[in-house]
Design a protein around this ligand. Structure first.
Ligand code: ADP
Length: 714
């Protein structure tokens, strides 16, 4: 158990090293006397309390209390944090554990209120130390880790080195040697950077202790000696003493008693210089042990007695118990059972009081041995039974402890595994997220590509459809062309071939009436007149039909002066115009692109109709032009009979007429030809009329007409 002391001592790195330096205390006291502010006083009280911490706990407590009261009075948060932190540490030393926790937590609140990270980390570190003192290692480790991360965050290198050291100690306590070594090595590196050789020496000693526990004796010795070397160089007495003590232990284990004694004596010497009573008691005990090993019981008893005496002076009960037991053991070995019992009886009392069962078992065993030597077998048996009983109790406690330790180890392993799993899951989630992103991107790209393909296909389809449509149109046009050719052929046959027999009929009808004027009575002559009229009518029909069929066929287009076109049409009709005494007024006709013969035919039909379907004397015809932006509008207005609204469409259909031949002769083709010519020029034609009020024919033609020779001539 001895070597752990080194580690626990090292934990005190969080408390300033060394014992009270009277000169230092004096200067602090005079500073306190001349302090001109309360805040300064609070800080000085705290410093003085720290100085007394290792030498005079009562004084430390009294100065600390003054600091606490003043800080609270003036509500000085930083001072309250510092004072209560010190108060917590003092309370731990006083074994007032409940209040210790309360004070440390109070300090923490104050540091957090003013966001003092250094104070916060130091207090958390002290809380770790508190939990280590009360044996709650898991909590202790958590606090040390928390302090470590704050110190790392704020770049407090010295604090971080201290945290690494404390964590190294805790991992050592928990049997996690690899982690312990890792932390101590980090601490050593940081001390090196900080040029804190003193603390580096302490860390080497701690590493030695870890190796010793791992049964790596050579490595342990190497580190202890390295620690000693640095401590000597730096003249760090405390580390020198610790190093000698540890090296002595190593020699004792190797049965090199002389070397062990030398080192123990060196340690004792230094500790006496330091007035480190706990250390002195420990060194004396070690010297006792090495003399016992050499069977030099007399010397051993002397050393243990000195150790016991010091333990009594510093009220170190646990130390007293150890020495009582060791003295009892040595006296038994020395074959002095009564003397042994004189030490073992108070040991029994103390062990029970302290509840230290392993020590109690040792005590019972030595008592039993003493009675055995005294031949008091009953007592010997009784104490042997008690030894077994306590050992059983220890065993079952040990068993429970080991089981709990195992459980704890299992749980922490499980926790680590869970953390690992969580990390893995997080990585998997990240990968999955990345996967989803890639998938989404791929989907988006697929959609875009799909859309493009779709659009391309539609385009292709449309192009195909258009091509097919074009082909269909072309085919249909071709078919129409063929049918048109048939129609023209038919029209030609009708108009040309039928004209021939018609002419024959007409000629012979005229021949009969001329050659046989006496043979035919008046009725016969009338019949012959019907035949001649019919032939004439048929001839006109065939002529108009031929014109209709040929309208637009093989058209040629050119720029035309519409005045000249209408003039020509009028000239063609001059007999009829003169006959009916019709007047024609033409106004402002434009130039336009068109088929001359077609246009002459159109106006010829228009003018002849205007004169024909007119009972007024004289028939008056006005042809006017209106410029309608992108269209030419020509209006042919007459003062004729007009038509009703019902017939506005009908009159443009081939062979459709509204009157009999007797009333108004005609073929019913004229307006059809007009419409055909208008369409041939991209235009349209319509009528606005009322019966008895004349008619107005509107011919609207686009100005930007581009002539296309239509197969149908449309
Ligand atoms: P047609 O003149 O040989 O009868 P159209 O095709 O030229 O044949 O005319 C068709 C019909 O439209 C005519 O029969 C007539 O009833 C009517 N029509 C044409 N022009 C006029 C007009 N200026 N006034 C009144 N009715 C008309």
């Amino acid at each position: 158990m001895k070597y752990i002391i080194t580690l626990i001592t090292t934990i005190f790195l969080l408390v300033p090293w060394g014992l009270a330096d009277s000169r230092h205390i004096d200067s602090l006291m005079s500073a306190l006397k001349y302090a001109d502010s309360d805040t300064q006083k609070v800080l000085l009280y705290d410093k003085i309390a720290w100085e007394f911490l290792n030498s005079d706990l009562d004084k430390a407590a009294s100065y600390n209390k003054k600091g606490c009261v003043l800080a609270e009075e003036i509500i000085y948060r930083r001072g309250m944090g510092k004072s209560f932190k010190t108060r917590g540490v003092i309370a731990v030393f006083q074994s007032d554990l409940e209040n210790a926790l309360k004070h440390l937590q109070n300090a923490l609140v104050n540091f957090r209120l003013i966001n003092d990270k250094v104070g916060e980390a130091n207090t958390i570190n002290n809380l770790g130390w508190y939990y280590q003192q009360v044996g709650k290692y898991k909590e202790s480790l958590e606090y040390f880790e928390a302090a470590s991360s704050i110190r790392e965050e704020i770049g407090d290198k010295k604090g971080l080195a201290n945290s690494c050291n404390n964590l190294g100690v805790m991992y050592y306590m928990l049997g996690k040697y690899d982690k312990s070594l890792q932390k101590h090595l980090t601490a050593i590196r940081l001390w090196e950077e900080l040029k804190e050789r003193d603390n580096q020496a302490a860390s080497f000693l701690n590493i030695g202790a870890v190796y010793r526990e791992m049964d790596e004796k050579v490595l342990a010795m190497g580190n202890f000696q390295e620690g000693l070397k640095i401590a000597v160089e730096e003249n760090n007495l405390r580390s020198m003493a610790d190093a000698h003590s540890n090296i002595g232990d190593m020699w004792l284990e190797n049965l090199k008693y002389k070397k062990a004694i030398n080192h123990y004596l060196n340690a004792l010497n230094i500790r006496e210089k330091l007035a480190d009573k706990t250390g002195i008691r420990e060194s004396l005990s070690s010297l006792g042990a090495v003399h016992t090993a050499q069977k030099k019981y007399h010397e051993a008893i002397a050393y243990h007695n000195r150790s016991l005496h010091i333990a009594k002076t510093i009220d170190d009960k646990s130390g007293m118990l150890t020495q009582y037991n060791l003295l009892g053991e040595v006296q038994n070995l020395y074959n002095k059972p009564r003397e042994a019992l004189s030490y073992l009886m108070p040991a029994q009392q103390l062990a029970k009081e302290l509840g230290m069962m392993p020590e109690l078992a040792k005590t019972y065993k030595q008592i039993s041995l003493a009675y055995l030597t005294l031949e008091d077998y009953q007592q010997a048996f009784q104490f042997q039974a008690l030894t077994t009983e306590v050992n059983d109790q220890i065993f079952s406690e040990e068993k429970t402890r080991v089981l709990e330790e195992l459980k704890e180890k299992y749980e922490s392993d499980q926790k680590e595994k869970e953390i690992g799993m969580l990390q893995k899951e997080r990585e998997i989630a990240k990968l999955r997220q990345r996967g989803w992103m890639i998938l989404s991107l791929a989907l988006a790209m697929a959609c875009v590509i799909g859309m493009l393909v779709y659009r391309y296909r539609i385009k292709v389809k449309n192009t195909l459809a258009l091509a097919l449509q074009k082909q269909a149109i072309e085919e249909r046009n071709h078919a129409l062309e063929l049918s048109n050719a048939d129609l023209e052929q038919f029209a030609y046959v009708v108009s040309h071939d039928l004209k021939q027999p018609l002419r024959t009929i007409g000629s012979f009808a005229g021949l009969i009436s001329r050659r046989y004027p006496g043979v035919l009575d008046s009725e016969g002559k009338e019949f012959i007149n019907y035949v001649t009229d019919g032939v004439k009518q048929m001839h006109n029909l065939l002529t108009d039909l031929l014109i209709y069929a040929q309208t637009g066929k093989n058209s040629t287009y050119r720029v035309m002066d519409m005045n000249e076109i209408i003039d020509t049409a009028t000239k063609n009709l001059q007999d009829f115009i003169r006959e009916k005494n019709a007047s024609i007024h033409v106004e402002g006709m434009p130039f336009m692109v068109g088929n001359r013969s077609g246009m002459i035919q159109l106006f010829q039909n228009m003018i002849s109709n205007a004169i024909k379907f007119n009972e007024n004397q004289p028939p008056e015809i006005e042809i006017e032009y209106r410029d309608e932006n992108d269209r030419h509008l020509i209006v042919v207005r007459d003062n004729g009979i007009g038509i009703s609204a019902d017939h506005k469409e009908k009159i443009f259909v081939v062979f459709q007429r509204l009157h009999t031949q007797e009333d108004y002769p005609g073929t019913g083709i004229g307006l059809s030809i007009c419409q055909k010519v208008a369409k041939q020029h991209g235009g349209e034609i319509w009528i606005d009329s009322e019966p008895g009020k004349g008619s107005a024919f509107y011919i609207s033609l686009p100005k930007d007409f581009v002539p296309v020779t239509h197969p149908l001539g449309l």
